[in-house]
Design a protein around this ligand. Structure first.
Ligand code: PLP
Length: 392
Protein backbone atom coordinates (compact mmCIF):
# COMPACT_ATOMS: atom_id res chain seq x y z
CA UNK A 1 0.00 0.00 0.00
CA UNK A 2 1.56 3.29 -1.06
CA UNK A 3 0.72 6.40 0.91
CA UNK A 4 1.93 8.66 -1.85
CA UNK A 5 0.23 11.75 -3.17
CA UNK A 6 2.00 14.38 -5.27
CA UNK A 7 -0.09 17.15 -3.72
CA UNK A 8 1.49 16.67 -0.29
CA UNK A 9 3.97 19.18 1.11
CA UNK A 10 7.65 18.24 1.42
CA UNK A 11 7.48 17.32 5.13
CA UNK A 12 4.49 15.07 4.51
CA UNK A 13 6.18 13.39 1.55
CA UNK A 14 9.25 12.75 3.74
CA UNK A 15 7.03 10.74 6.11
CA UNK A 16 4.56 9.09 3.77
CA UNK A 17 6.20 8.37 0.42
CA UNK A 18 7.31 4.92 -0.63
CA UNK A 19 5.85 2.98 2.30
CA UNK A 20 4.93 -0.57 1.34
CA UNK A 21 3.35 -2.62 4.14
CA UNK A 22 3.75 -6.35 4.57
CA UNK A 23 0.88 -8.69 5.48
CA UNK A 24 1.36 -7.58 9.13
CA UNK A 25 0.37 -3.99 8.28
CA UNK A 26 3.16 -2.44 10.34
CA UNK A 27 3.11 1.36 10.75
CA UNK A 28 6.90 1.81 10.75
CA UNK A 29 8.56 0.50 7.59
CA UNK A 30 9.93 -3.03 7.92
CA UNK A 31 13.59 -3.92 7.60
CA UNK A 32 13.96 -6.80 5.14
CA UNK A 33 17.22 -8.44 6.21
CA UNK A 34 17.38 -11.12 3.58
CA UNK A 35 19.92 -11.69 0.85
CA UNK A 36 17.53 -13.54 -1.47
CA UNK A 37 13.82 -14.03 -2.16
CA UNK A 38 11.92 -17.28 -2.67
CA UNK A 39 9.85 -18.08 -5.77
CA UNK A 40 6.52 -19.96 -5.97
CA UNK A 41 7.93 -22.36 -8.52
CA UNK A 42 10.55 -22.75 -11.23
CA UNK A 43 8.42 -20.93 -13.80
CA UNK A 44 8.14 -17.84 -11.58
CA UNK A 45 11.88 -17.87 -10.99
CA UNK A 46 12.40 -17.94 -14.74
CA UNK A 47 9.97 -15.06 -15.29
CA UNK A 48 11.67 -12.96 -12.60
CA UNK A 49 15.17 -13.58 -13.95
CA UNK A 50 14.35 -12.52 -17.49
CA UNK A 51 12.41 -9.49 -16.24
CA UNK A 52 9.04 -10.68 -17.48
CA UNK A 53 7.58 -10.38 -13.97
CA UNK A 54 8.54 -7.58 -11.58
CA UNK A 55 9.69 -8.61 -8.11
CA UNK A 56 12.68 -9.14 -5.89
CA UNK A 57 15.32 -11.76 -6.65
CA UNK A 58 18.44 -10.93 -4.70
CA UNK A 59 19.38 -7.93 -2.52
CA UNK A 60 22.28 -6.87 -4.74
CA UNK A 61 19.57 -6.17 -7.37
CA UNK A 62 16.68 -4.87 -5.26
CA UNK A 63 15.50 -5.04 -1.65
CA UNK A 64 12.09 -3.76 -0.44
CA UNK A 65 13.52 -1.56 2.35
CA UNK A 66 16.06 -0.05 -0.04
CA UNK A 67 13.31 0.51 -2.64
CA UNK A 68 11.20 2.38 -0.05
CA UNK A 69 14.14 4.67 0.68
CA UNK A 70 14.79 5.23 -3.04
CA UNK A 71 11.18 6.17 -3.74
CA UNK A 72 11.03 8.56 -0.81
CA UNK A 73 14.27 10.38 -1.67
CA UNK A 74 13.33 10.52 -5.37
CA UNK A 75 10.10 12.34 -4.56
CA UNK A 76 11.91 14.77 -2.24
CA UNK A 77 14.48 15.64 -4.94
CA UNK A 78 11.85 15.75 -7.71
CA UNK A 79 13.65 12.95 -9.57
CA UNK A 80 12.13 10.18 -11.69
CA UNK A 81 14.46 7.60 -10.19
CA UNK A 82 16.86 7.13 -7.30
CA UNK A 83 19.61 4.52 -7.10
CA UNK A 84 20.79 3.93 -3.52
CA UNK A 85 24.44 3.04 -2.91
CA UNK A 86 26.70 1.83 -0.09
CA UNK A 87 28.30 5.26 0.46
CA UNK A 88 28.52 8.73 -1.03
CA UNK A 89 31.71 7.79 -2.84
CA UNK A 90 30.15 4.71 -4.40
CA UNK A 91 27.30 6.96 -5.60
CA UNK A 92 29.80 9.19 -7.40
CA UNK A 93 31.73 6.17 -8.71
CA UNK A 94 28.53 4.53 -9.99
CA UNK A 95 27.50 7.77 -11.68
CA UNK A 96 30.87 8.00 -13.46
CA UNK A 97 31.06 4.32 -14.41
CA UNK A 98 27.47 4.33 -15.62
CA UNK A 99 27.61 7.47 -17.73
CA UNK A 100 31.25 7.97 -18.82
CA UNK A 101 33.61 6.02 -21.03
CA UNK A 102 37.31 6.18 -21.93
CA UNK A 103 38.04 9.32 -23.95
CA UNK A 104 35.41 11.44 -22.19
CA UNK A 105 36.19 14.72 -20.43
CA UNK A 106 34.79 16.10 -17.17
CA UNK A 107 34.69 19.71 -15.96
CA UNK A 108 34.59 19.77 -12.16
CA UNK A 109 34.63 22.37 -9.43
CA UNK A 110 38.04 22.70 -7.76
CA UNK A 111 36.23 22.98 -4.40
CA UNK A 112 35.09 19.36 -4.15
CA UNK A 113 35.17 16.83 -1.34
CA UNK A 114 38.74 15.42 -1.18
CA UNK A 115 37.88 11.83 -2.10
CA UNK A 116 35.88 13.06 -5.10
CA UNK A 117 38.96 14.91 -6.37
CA UNK A 118 40.98 11.70 -5.86
CA UNK A 119 38.37 9.67 -7.72
CA UNK A 120 38.62 11.92 -10.78
CA UNK A 121 42.43 12.25 -10.57
CA UNK A 122 43.29 8.59 -10.00
CA UNK A 123 40.51 6.05 -10.69
CA UNK A 124 38.77 7.81 -13.57
CA UNK A 125 42.08 8.94 -15.06
CA UNK A 126 43.32 5.33 -15.07
CA UNK A 127 40.29 4.41 -17.19
CA UNK A 128 40.88 7.21 -19.69
CA UNK A 129 38.57 9.92 -18.37
CA UNK A 130 40.25 13.31 -18.06
CA UNK A 131 39.07 16.05 -15.66
CA UNK A 132 39.61 19.83 -15.71
CA UNK A 133 39.10 21.62 -12.40
CA UNK A 134 37.67 25.15 -12.45
CA UNK A 135 36.51 27.79 -9.98
CA UNK A 136 33.30 26.90 -8.15
CA UNK A 137 32.05 30.48 -8.44
CA UNK A 138 33.27 31.76 -11.84
CA UNK A 139 30.81 30.54 -14.49
CA UNK A 140 33.05 31.80 -17.34
CA UNK A 141 35.71 29.25 -16.35
CA UNK A 142 33.23 26.40 -16.85
CA UNK A 143 32.49 27.59 -20.36
CA UNK A 144 36.20 28.06 -21.14
CA UNK A 145 37.09 24.53 -19.97
CA UNK A 146 34.65 22.79 -22.33
CA UNK A 147 36.18 20.48 -24.95
CA UNK A 148 34.51 18.61 -27.81
CA UNK A 149 34.50 15.45 -25.65
CA UNK A 150 33.12 17.06 -22.45
CA UNK A 151 30.36 14.80 -21.12
CA UNK A 152 29.90 15.80 -17.49
CA UNK A 153 29.98 18.88 -15.24
CA UNK A 154 30.33 18.08 -11.53
CA UNK A 155 29.98 20.45 -8.57
CA UNK A 156 28.94 20.67 -4.93
CA UNK A 157 27.37 23.74 -3.38
CA UNK A 158 27.96 25.13 -0.83
CA UNK A 159 31.55 23.94 -0.90
CA UNK A 160 33.53 22.44 1.95
CA UNK A 161 34.88 24.15 4.07
CA UNK A 162 34.59 27.72 2.71
CA UNK A 163 30.88 27.59 1.81
CA UNK A 164 31.43 28.99 -1.69
CA UNK A 165 28.30 28.78 -3.81
CA UNK A 166 28.10 27.61 -7.41
CA UNK A 167 25.25 29.14 -9.40
CA UNK A 168 23.44 25.92 -10.38
CA UNK A 169 21.06 27.52 -12.91
CA UNK A 170 23.87 29.44 -14.68
CA UNK A 171 26.21 26.42 -14.84
CA UNK A 172 23.31 24.20 -15.99
CA UNK A 173 22.81 26.58 -18.91
CA UNK A 174 26.49 26.25 -19.92
CA UNK A 175 26.27 22.45 -19.63
CA UNK A 176 23.15 22.32 -21.77
CA UNK A 177 24.79 24.57 -24.37
CA UNK A 178 27.60 22.07 -24.91
CA UNK A 179 25.59 18.90 -24.56
CA UNK A 180 27.10 17.90 -21.20
CA UNK A 181 25.25 16.62 -18.14
CA UNK A 182 25.35 18.58 -14.88
CA UNK A 183 25.66 16.54 -11.66
CA UNK A 184 25.32 18.27 -8.28
CA UNK A 185 26.47 16.79 -4.96
CA UNK A 186 23.59 18.00 -2.75
CA UNK A 187 24.98 16.59 0.48
CA UNK A 188 25.28 19.90 2.39
CA UNK A 189 21.79 21.20 1.61
CA UNK A 190 19.65 18.09 1.08
CA UNK A 191 16.41 18.51 -0.90
CA UNK A 192 14.94 20.38 2.06
CA UNK A 193 17.12 23.42 1.36
CA UNK A 194 17.95 23.09 -2.33
CA UNK A 195 16.58 21.09 -5.27
CA UNK A 196 19.21 21.11 -8.05
CA UNK A 197 16.99 19.31 -10.60
CA UNK A 198 14.48 22.20 -10.40
CA UNK A 199 17.36 24.57 -11.25
CA UNK A 200 18.36 22.68 -14.40
CA UNK A 201 20.79 20.03 -13.12
CA UNK A 202 20.46 16.55 -14.67
CA UNK A 203 21.72 14.46 -11.77
CA UNK A 204 21.91 14.76 -7.99
CA UNK A 205 24.27 12.70 -5.83
CA UNK A 206 24.22 12.32 -2.07
CA UNK A 207 26.34 11.15 0.74
CA UNK A 208 23.38 10.02 2.86
CA UNK A 209 25.96 9.44 5.60
CA UNK A 210 25.67 13.11 6.48
CA UNK A 211 22.33 14.89 7.02
CA UNK A 212 20.03 12.18 5.63
CA UNK A 213 21.06 9.85 8.44
CA UNK A 214 21.68 12.94 10.53
CA UNK A 215 22.83 11.07 13.60
CA UNK A 216 26.23 9.77 12.54
CA UNK A 217 25.35 6.07 12.44
CA UNK A 218 25.73 4.53 8.99
CA UNK A 219 27.19 5.08 5.51
CA UNK A 220 25.15 5.38 2.35
CA UNK A 221 24.62 7.36 -0.82
CA UNK A 222 22.30 7.93 -3.73
CA UNK A 223 22.26 8.95 -7.40
CA UNK A 224 19.09 10.58 -8.75
CA UNK A 225 17.85 11.67 -12.16
CA UNK A 226 15.72 10.60 -15.11
CA UNK A 227 14.92 6.92 -15.67
CA UNK A 228 17.02 7.04 -18.82
CA UNK A 229 20.13 8.38 -17.07
CA UNK A 230 19.73 6.08 -14.07
CA UNK A 231 19.47 2.89 -16.14
CA UNK A 232 23.23 2.51 -16.79
CA UNK A 233 24.02 3.71 -13.24
CA UNK A 234 21.77 1.00 -11.81
CA UNK A 235 23.25 -1.49 -14.29
CA UNK A 236 26.76 -0.79 -12.97
CA UNK A 237 25.58 -1.18 -9.37
CA UNK A 238 23.66 -4.39 -9.99
CA UNK A 239 26.65 -5.99 -11.67
CA UNK A 240 29.42 -4.77 -9.37
CA UNK A 241 27.64 -4.58 -5.99
CA UNK A 242 28.22 -1.29 -4.13
CA UNK A 243 24.56 -1.45 -3.10
CA UNK A 244 22.95 -0.04 0.04
CA UNK A 245 22.22 -2.57 2.79
CA UNK A 246 18.63 -3.00 4.00
CA UNK A 247 19.67 -2.04 7.53
CA UNK A 248 21.19 1.23 6.36
CA UNK A 249 18.21 1.96 4.11
CA UNK A 250 15.93 1.58 7.13
CA UNK A 251 18.06 4.04 9.14
CA UNK A 252 17.91 6.53 6.23
CA UNK A 253 14.13 6.11 5.86
CA UNK A 254 13.76 7.12 9.50
CA UNK A 255 16.27 9.93 8.93
CA UNK A 256 14.20 11.38 6.09
CA UNK A 257 11.19 11.59 8.41
CA UNK A 258 12.87 14.24 10.56
CA UNK A 259 15.06 15.82 7.85
CA UNK A 260 13.08 19.05 7.49
CA UNK A 261 12.94 19.69 11.24
CA UNK A 262 16.64 18.93 11.59
CA UNK A 263 17.77 21.07 8.62
CA UNK A 264 15.79 24.02 9.97
CA UNK A 265 17.26 23.54 13.45
CA UNK A 266 20.84 23.08 12.12
CA UNK A 267 20.42 26.25 10.05
CA UNK A 268 19.01 28.31 12.91
CA UNK A 269 21.82 27.22 15.24
CA UNK A 270 24.47 27.81 12.55
CA UNK A 271 23.23 31.33 11.82
CA UNK A 272 23.21 32.25 15.50
CA UNK A 273 26.71 30.84 15.96
CA UNK A 274 28.02 32.58 12.80
CA UNK A 275 26.67 35.95 14.00
CA UNK A 276 28.32 35.39 17.39
CA UNK A 277 31.64 34.39 15.79
CA UNK A 278 31.62 37.60 13.73
CA UNK A 279 31.61 39.56 17.00
CA UNK A 280 34.63 37.75 18.49
CA UNK A 281 37.80 39.90 18.40
CA UNK A 282 40.10 36.94 17.66
CA UNK A 283 38.07 35.81 14.67
CA UNK A 284 39.31 37.35 11.41
CA UNK A 285 36.53 36.11 9.13
CA UNK A 286 33.42 33.95 9.15
CA UNK A 287 32.17 31.94 6.16
CA UNK A 288 28.45 31.15 6.18
CA UNK A 289 25.94 31.54 3.31
CA UNK A 290 23.26 32.88 5.69
CA UNK A 291 25.38 35.89 6.71
CA UNK A 292 24.83 39.20 4.91
CA UNK A 293 28.67 39.47 4.83
CA UNK A 294 28.91 36.34 2.62
CA UNK A 295 30.02 37.47 -0.86
CA UNK A 296 27.22 35.41 -2.45
CA UNK A 297 24.47 36.21 0.05
CA UNK A 298 22.03 37.19 -2.73
CA UNK A 299 22.60 33.94 -4.64
CA UNK A 300 22.26 31.98 -1.39
CA UNK A 301 18.91 33.64 -0.69
CA UNK A 302 17.34 32.47 -3.92
CA UNK A 303 19.20 29.18 -4.41
CA UNK A 304 18.88 27.80 -0.87
CA UNK A 305 16.03 28.02 1.62
CA UNK A 306 18.43 28.64 4.54
CA UNK A 307 22.19 28.72 5.07
CA UNK A 308 22.56 25.10 6.21
CA UNK A 309 24.60 23.74 9.11
CA UNK A 310 28.24 24.31 8.09
CA UNK A 311 30.16 27.33 9.38
CA UNK A 312 33.86 28.01 8.83
CA UNK A 313 35.93 30.72 10.45
CA UNK A 314 39.48 31.99 10.37
CA UNK A 315 41.09 32.70 13.73
CA UNK A 316 43.94 35.18 14.09
CA UNK A 317 47.27 33.46 14.78
CA UNK A 318 47.33 30.61 12.25
CA UNK A 319 47.56 26.91 13.04
CA UNK A 320 48.64 27.35 16.65
CA UNK A 321 45.61 29.53 17.45
CA UNK A 322 43.25 27.22 15.56
CA UNK A 323 44.52 24.13 17.40
CA UNK A 324 44.19 26.02 20.69
CA UNK A 325 40.49 26.60 19.99
CA UNK A 326 39.96 22.94 19.09
CA UNK A 327 41.95 21.55 22.01
CA UNK A 328 40.17 23.78 24.54
CA UNK A 329 36.74 22.44 23.67
CA UNK A 330 35.26 19.97 26.14
CA UNK A 331 31.95 19.16 24.46
CA UNK A 332 32.38 19.48 20.67
CA UNK A 333 33.40 16.30 18.86
CA UNK A 334 36.81 16.61 17.22
CA UNK A 335 36.05 14.70 14.04
CA UNK A 336 35.94 15.40 10.33
CA UNK A 337 32.43 14.01 9.89
CA UNK A 338 29.51 16.38 9.45
CA UNK A 339 25.74 16.37 9.36
CA UNK A 340 25.40 14.91 12.85
CA UNK A 341 23.11 16.05 15.67
CA UNK A 342 26.33 16.46 17.71
CA UNK A 343 28.44 19.47 16.73
CA UNK A 344 31.77 18.54 15.15
CA UNK A 345 34.91 20.64 14.82
CA UNK A 346 37.84 20.14 12.48
CA UNK A 347 41.00 21.86 11.23
CA UNK A 348 40.79 21.42 7.43
CA UNK A 349 44.45 22.29 6.68
CA UNK A 350 45.74 19.34 8.74
CA UNK A 351 42.86 16.87 8.28
CA UNK A 352 40.39 16.87 5.36
CA UNK A 353 42.69 18.96 3.15
CA UNK A 354 46.08 17.77 4.49
CA UNK A 355 46.89 15.67 1.44
CA UNK A 356 46.82 18.52 -1.06
CA UNK A 357 49.92 20.69 -1.44
CA UNK A 358 50.31 23.85 0.69
CA UNK A 359 50.25 25.88 -2.56
CA UNK A 360 46.98 24.30 -3.69
CA UNK A 361 45.57 24.84 -0.22
CA UNK A 362 46.54 28.50 -0.27
CA UNK A 363 45.05 28.90 -3.77
CA UNK A 364 41.83 27.37 -2.49
CA UNK A 365 41.78 29.85 0.42
CA UNK A 366 42.13 27.20 3.12
CA UNK A 367 44.38 28.96 5.60
CA UNK A 368 46.15 27.50 8.63
CA UNK A 369 43.83 29.44 10.94
CA UNK A 370 40.66 28.03 9.40
CA UNK A 371 38.27 25.94 11.52
CA UNK A 372 35.16 24.18 10.23
CA UNK A 373 32.18 23.55 12.45
CA UNK A 374 29.26 21.31 11.49
CA UNK A 375 26.76 22.87 13.84
CA UNK A 376 24.64 20.31 15.66
CA UNK A 377 21.48 20.53 17.70
CA UNK A 378 22.89 21.38 21.15
CA UNK A 379 21.90 24.73 22.70
CA UNK A 380 23.89 27.40 20.85
CA UNK A 381 25.02 28.97 24.11
CA UNK A 382 26.76 25.72 25.07
CA UNK A 383 28.56 25.59 21.71
CA UNK A 384 29.60 29.24 22.14
CA UNK A 385 30.91 28.64 25.67
CA UNK A 386 32.90 25.64 24.45
CA UNK A 387 34.54 27.75 21.72
CA UNK A 388 35.00 30.87 23.85
CA UNK A 389 37.62 29.21 26.07
CA UNK A 390 40.13 28.77 23.25
CA UNK A 391 39.23 32.06 21.57
CA UNK A 392 39.92 34.16 24.68
C1 PLP B 1 31.19 12.84 2.91
C2 PLP B 1 30.99 13.38 1.55
C3 PLP B 1 31.08 12.57 0.42
C4 PLP B 1 31.44 11.09 0.51
O1 PLP B 1 30.47 10.37 1.16
P1 PLP B 1 30.76 8.98 1.96
O2 PLP B 1 29.41 8.59 2.41
O3 PLP B 1 31.74 9.29 3.04
O4 PLP B 1 31.35 8.04 0.96
C5 PLP B 1 30.85 13.13 -0.80
N1 PLP B 1 30.55 14.44 -0.94
C6 PLP B 1 30.46 15.26 0.13
C7 PLP B 1 30.14 16.70 -0.07
C8 PLP B 1 30.68 14.76 1.41
O5 PLP B 1 30.61 15.58 2.46
Amino acid sequence: MMDHNDDYQLETLALRTGTVRSQFNENSEAMFLTSSFVFENAAQAARRFIGEEPGNIYSRFTNPTVTMFEERLAVLEGAEQCVATASGMSAILSLCMGLLKAGDHVVASQSLFGSTVNLFNTVMKKFGVETSFVSATDVAQWQAAVKPNTKLFFLETPSNPLTELSDIAAIAKVAKGCGALLAVDNCFCTPILQRPLDLGADIVVHSATKYIDGQGRVLGGAVLGSKKLMEPVYGFLRTTGPTMSAFNAWVFLKGLETLKLRMEAHSANALELALWLERQPNVARVFYPGLPSHPQYELAKHQQRTGGGIVAFEVKGGKEAAWRVIDNTKMLSITANLGDTKTTITHPATTTHARITPEARAAAGIGDGLIRIAVGLEAVVDIQNDLARGLA
